[in-house]
Every structure is written in C-alpha cells, then in structure tokens.
Ligand binder design. Sequence first.
Ligand code: HH2
Length: 269
Amino acid sequence: MVFGADRVTLVGILNVTPDSFSDGGRLVDAESALAEARRQVEAGAHVLDVGGESTRPGAAPVDAHTERTRVVPVVERLVAELGVPVSVDTRRAEVAEAALAAGARVVNDVSGGREPRLLEVAAAAGATVVLGHMRGEPATMQRDPHFDDVLREVGQELAASIERARRAGVKEIVADPGIGFGKEADHSLALLARVGELRAELGVPVMIGASRKSFLGRISGRPVDDRELESHTAAALAVFAGADAVRVHDVAGAARSVAVAEALRGARA
Ligand code: HH2
C-alpha cells in the first residue's frame, strides 16, 4: 500500500509543464525536476506526483504524445534515483501506461477514471489509483458550477468512480473531492471542512489538494505566488478534519503544519 493508514501521506507536486498555475515552466527539464524532487523527499514527501498537463481552470488540453514526452523521462529518473513511490498525474490511459512501465506506482486521475482503459492499465500494473472529482473539462469547468448539496453530489459521483475502479480490478483506491475543479469557493470550503464525512461515506482514504488554489486567494487577497501560509493552514485543517493525504507544492512547510494537525487529531481521538 502506498497510502498507509499509519500516517498522513504527503504528496509532493512536480509539474513538468510550461503553464501550471503556480509553478509552470520551473521544472521542464529533468535536472530541475530531479533537484526539486530531492528537496521534497528530504522535506518528508512520501509520494512524488508528476504532471505533464495543467488542469487549471481554462487550461487547453495537451495531446497524449506531448504529455508522455514531458512525464516519462522524469518518472524514469525519479524511480532510478529516489526511493519513494512515484505518481503520474494524468487523465489519459496512454500516458498512465507509459509512466507505469517506467516504474510509477500511482495513477492520479483528476477526472475520476473517465477513460475506462486508464483503470484497466492501472489494475494490470497493480497500481494505486487516486480518483478525483471533476465535472466537465478544465477549459470550461469554472463556468457557473452548480450543486444543490455539494457534499452529497460529490460523494455520489466519487462513489460511482470507486465502483468502476473496483470493477476494473484496482486494489488500492484513494478519493479526492477535487478542490477547485468545477467548484465555487464555497463548494471547495464545504468539501474541505467536511472531508471526514466524505471519508466515512466512501470508505476509502481521501486526499485533499488545496495548495495555492484560488479559493485561498479569495479569503486572504494574496496572489498565487504568496499563498504558502494559507496553503499550510488548509492542509493542516484538512488533516484535522479527517484527510488521509494532502497534495502540496511546499512539502517542507506542509510537513510541519500537518505534523501539528496529526498530533491534535491524535489527542482528540
Ligand atoms: N489539483 C491539481 C492537479 N492535480 N490532483 C488531485 N488528486 N487533486 C488536486 O486537487 C489536484 C490534482 C491542480 O493543481 P496544480 O497541479 O498545482 O496545477 P496545474 O493543474 O495547473 O498543473
């Protein structure tokens, strides 16, 4: 199991894209990605999540060949040189398959397994799958998202994804409510605050990815390159509220804030 029950899993973000919303263009060559990955592992990352397509609101999709060419050489280097499980952040079966062949052990799919073959290739490789919740496509998902009851609807849609993944033969499944994926700030806040209920309902570990996202900027007024304190606070509170894993850019800071949250969660129990 990659997402062990005995600790909160810290997932470090490595976006090897030119256009990710907060760190685009910084890690496009394998050497920079490797150096950042080493820093994240030293800071306490348990998993490294490599992404070759930005899924920020409004992002245009990239073709599978481009995504694979960005991701696979980095996955190969991380697997060869670092001792932590590598995750590939992709919606495409073709990219997942190539990354798994290069040694990745986790497929993180923000679309929740919309491409059925992605679940099949992950199952065949014995990989863990993170199933995200997203309505629509990144290019248009923030156009007036609507929920009558966000917790219930996201829970039901994630439960359907989990069922598909189980049927495909995936053994380790993690759910993610998709903070900011087709959601207003209030939806993201409700999902984060009530993550414990979501976890209890779904019966699988839940990951939260709030790092640097716009709903935090809406609260503090800070731009994307100045939201670390907000991000650490959100990670800690997500853990206190019941999250099993957090996906973060600044692993060193998150490791410290999450340690406090874990201790408090332990004290409450
Ligand atoms: N958020 C992003 C990307 N992948 N995966 C999961 N499971 N959960 C998330 O919340 C999530 C995710 C978006 O953030 P980021 O990778 O920083 O930006 P971009 O999509 O622009 O590359």
